[in-house]
Design a protein around this ligand. Structure first.
Ligand code: ADP
Ligand code: MG
Length: 395
């Protein structure tokens, strides 16, 4: 049911299907429900963040044929919030449902080797890399990639399944440590800044692009995203159009349907390369909930229901700060305690989003904050206050 469906429409009141139960799914539920849709989530974890807010939660594995059948009976349109959903399940669902994005697009995004090959095949530059399928692939002809980063080809996220190596011996060691699964060795680049394009593409091939955010990472995890309304373009005017062109090329050539994030590295010599793509809304697009006419999750609902794409216009400058489980531990004593939300929420223009996760663990994404306002100095001051209160020491 997936391809060439440019004129379907699923009206509010109906169920929408969601594979994956994380925070992205929880925010998808909020958008879908506010338009009057019901959401059925498939995720094995009975306590997952989207299961708590969905209208119906099927707590079963993504491969469970009965669960997939139940899902396809309940809804005409299904999407994902997690790229490691088995593509076979998406294929099965696509017999009876509209599936966005397609199994093919997801299969490219969930495998770093396939992803890089695909991006390069579109004439878009990626970081220098070589694939490792077995230890014999780790040879002197990889030395030019050192110091480099070994990344597992599948299932890595938030810097997990990655390690910096400075010699081939170290590369071998890490390859064994990662369980001898397919990996890439990628050159560790000196990056001027990181940015991302979040776009939505519909079944007629129309795309809309959110304002590009500048992203700061710490330990491989996104820590903040900044989008400025005032002099937005002065930061990267000449790079902006190039990034959008590359993102569009990737989305068009995948015949992509849904929300896609393209992560970029801008190097010191202004070379723009694509780091990776995410076939779903993205952490760097969370600011769109509070700062844009329609959020990235609203757009996800629109594509999968056949509604027209919404406006991506930015209403105000925004700085998004991720809140990790570390903020639950007192810096001096290490004792677990709830952060002081009262003080944070006393600041105007600061929007808190918590994901309802039961257990705070270091480096676990627990929520995010968006600091809004057109006075950049004030906005940055507020962000600094919030960061201090949450012990976000890297801010
Ligand atoms: P993940 O799937 O965990 O997001 P990424 O490949 O996006 O993995 O890496 C996470 C972060 O690590 C990037 O956003 C960037 O900050 C840093 N990083 C990744 N690859 C490189 C590289 N080749 N050179 C320098 N920094 C990198
Ligand atoms: Mg990434």
């Amino acid at each position: 049911m997936n391809s060439s469906r440019s004129n379907f429409y699923v009206s509010p009141g109906n169920y929408l299907g969601l594979l994956g139960g994380g925070q992205l799914g929880r925010m998808f539920c909020h958008s879908a429900q506010s338009l009057g849709y019901k959401v059925v989530v498939l995720d094995p974890d009975p306590d997952c963040p989207s299961g708590m807010v969905a209208d119906y939660h099927i707590a079963a594995s993504y491969n469970d044929v009965n669960a997939l059948e139940k899902l396809s009976k309940l809804c005409r349109s299904v999407t994902i919030e997690f790229e490691n959903i088995p593509c076979n399940s998406l294929e099965i669902l696509s017999k009876d449902c509209i599936v966005t994005p397609s199994a093919h697009a997801v299969s490219v995004a969930q495998n770093r080797i396939k992803e890089k090959e695909f991006i390069q095949s579109q004439g878009v530059e990626v970081a220098p890399y070589k694939s490792i399928y077995n230890e014999k692939d780790i040879t002197e002809n990889m030395e030019y990639l050192l110091p480099g980063i070994i990344k597992v080809s599948k299932m890595g996220y938030d810097g997990k399944g990655q390690a910096i190596v400075s010699s081939l011996d170290e590369a071998r060691e890490i390859y064994y440590k990662f369980g001898e699964v397919p990996c890439i060795l990628e050159k560790n680049l000196s990056i001027n800044y990181e940015a991302s394009v979040v776009l939505a593409r519909d079944f007629s091939g129309n795309s809309v692009f959110f304002p590009i955010s500048i992203n700061i990472h710490n330990k491989g995890i996104l820590s903040s995203s900044f989008v400025r309304k005032d002099i937005d373009s002065s930061i990267y005017s000449h790079e902006k159009e190039r990034m959008i062109r590359k993102a569009k090329k990737i989305a068009d050539s995948l015949n992509y349907h849904g929300v896609l994030c393209v992560e970029f590295f801008v190097l010191n010599n202004n070379t723009i390369i694509v780091n990776e793509i995410a076939p779903r809304p993205h952490n760097s697009g969370h600011y769109t909930i509070d700062a844009c006419f329609e959020s990235q999750f609203d757009q996800q609902v629109r594509v999968m229901t056949g509604l027209p794409l919404g406006s991506t216009e930015l209403l105000t400058s925004a700085l998004m700060l991720n809140i990790l489980g570390d903020s639950w531990f007192d810096t001096d004593s290490g004792v677990l305690r709830e952060p002081n939300w009262h003080d944070i929420l006393s600041l105007s223009g600061v929007k808190l989003h918590l994901y309802g996760k039961k257990e705070a663990r270091p480096l676990r994404k627990m929520g995010h904050l968006t600091v809004l306002g057109d006075n950049i100095n004030l906005l940055e001051d507020k962000a600094r206050i919030v960061a201090t209160k949450l012990d976000l020491s890297f801010w």
